[in-house]
Write a protein that binds this ligand. Structure first.
Ligand SMILES: O=C(O)CCC(=O)C(=O)O
Length: 383
């Protein structure tokens, strides 16, 4: 293994660390990172060098901000539900996770990405589990690459969590990540209750559909997007919706990068509120809510001036539970929009097709609609 390649571990070709590419490529990024013109982020020169300003930075439309410390739980639930129905995203402020933990979490992970390559490479991941230090998400040989490195680890179920698979340096990282995971997990459970009430259901209903407290899955992906000399040509993460339940994203307070598809189809760049979590609905909650809540496409732009770190905490249903629209949300004139599928099956479905905007859920919905139409056709023929 050299300082920049992970050539084994089941990847179809040597994996080059984007940190290394950024340090060595000069003014021109390699062809493999150049996105087709239709996917390029359309940054103004000023935005490209500052990390981007767009709808969010210029006082235009932006994702809602919800104060989770409000005493009126019904009002909080209504605000969360409205954001997730319209945008699929909101920024949670006064969320209860200690600000010093947000800072120490980010600092610990920045510390990992600053370790010498030989230390980082001890944790190089493989496509079998993706656990560890990685630089690509798909396995298509020769496919376009994103401008980012990451570290992926499991927190729940406990049977999948292994501190041995987490970096041992910096020495604070394991303890800080454990504490961070615990607090963010409690926050996810709270938001689940608000989302459930927002659907007119009992507060614990959505959580029960996830397998109950202790039955859920949780994992963390820490993304590092190194400085990029041509940010207008590439993306840190291409457009996708999150396959899991819900994501709690902690971003750099001062470097923008996350873009969200607005309800009218425009890409808007999120203007992060310091110490807020950016919360978004994933595909599993879109399915359970029968599309009342939206799992919205998002992507990440990169900056010529600074690198950017983000921590995505993915909160998922128990992986072997059938997930389908909740019966309370299905009825006459409101058919189930998706077939039943476990999260394990859905992940296989995604890995076969790759991350591709909203294509996966749309194709499941199209199949389901066609199946329902066929069933209606055959029953009317019989009657
Ligand atoms: O880095 C970000 O702002 C978003 C990351 C993201 O979308 C992901 O990790 O799935």
């Amino acid at each position: 293994m050299t300082s920049c390649f992970n050539g084994g571990a089941g990847w179809p070709e040597p994996v080059v660390r984007v940190q290394h590419v950024s340090d060595t490529c000069g003014d021109t990024i390699p062809e493999r990172y150049v996105k087709p013109p239709s996917e390029r982020p359309c940054l103004s020169p000023a935005a490209a060098s500052s990390g981007g300003v767009g709808g969010g930075g210029g006082g235009g439309p932006n994702i809602p901000v919800v104060d989770l410390s409000m005493l009126d739980v019904d009002a909080t639930s209504r605000a969360v539900a409205a954001a997730c129905r319209e945008w699929g995203f909101f920024q949670a402020v006064n969320h209860g996770v200690r600000p010093e933990l947000l800072r120490s979490g980010r600092a610990a992970w920045r510390g990992f990405f600053r370790q010498p390559a030989v230390v980082r490479e001890r944790y190089a991941n493989s496509p079998a589990t993706y656990e560890g230090y990685g630089s690509r998400l798909g396995t298509a040989k020769g496919g376009p690459l994103d401008w980012g490195d990451y570290y992926f680890l499991h927190l729940l179920p406990a049977s999948l969590k292994s501190h041995e698979k987490w970096p041992s340096l910096p020495s604070s990282l394991r303890g800080t990540t454990e504490e961070y995971g615990e607090e963010v997990l409690q926050l996810c459970r709270r938001v689940m209750r608000l989302l459930s009430s927002g659907l007119g259901l009992e507060a614990g209903r959505l959580q029960a559909a996830f397998g109950g407290e202790g039955g859920e899955g949780a994992c963390l992906r820490v993304n590092l997007y190194p400085r990029c000399p041509q940010p207008e040509l590439t993306l840190g993460v291409a457009g996708h919706s999150d396959p899991g339940g819900m994501t709690m994203l902690l971003v750099d307070d001062h470097v923008k990068g996350l873009q969200v598809r607005s309800p009218d189809g425009q890409w808007i760049i999120v203007d992060p509120v310091p110490d807020a979590f950016i919360v978004n609905v994933g595909d599993q909650i879109q399915v359970l809510s029968n599309a009342s809540y939206k799992s919205v496409e998002h992507r990440v732009t990169v900056s010529a001036a600074e690198d950017r770190l983000s921590m995505a905490f993915f909160y998922n249903p128990r992986s072997d539970l059938p997930i389908a629209p909740m019966p309370e949300l299905v009825g006459p004139g409101r058919p189930a929009l998706y077939p039943e599928m476990t999260f394990d099956e859905y992940r296989v479905f995604i890995r076969q097709r790759g991350l591709a905007g909203k294509a996966q859920l749309q194709s499941l919905q199209a199949n389901q609609t066609a199946a329902a139409a066929a069933a209606a056709g055959s029953s009317s023929t019989c009657s």
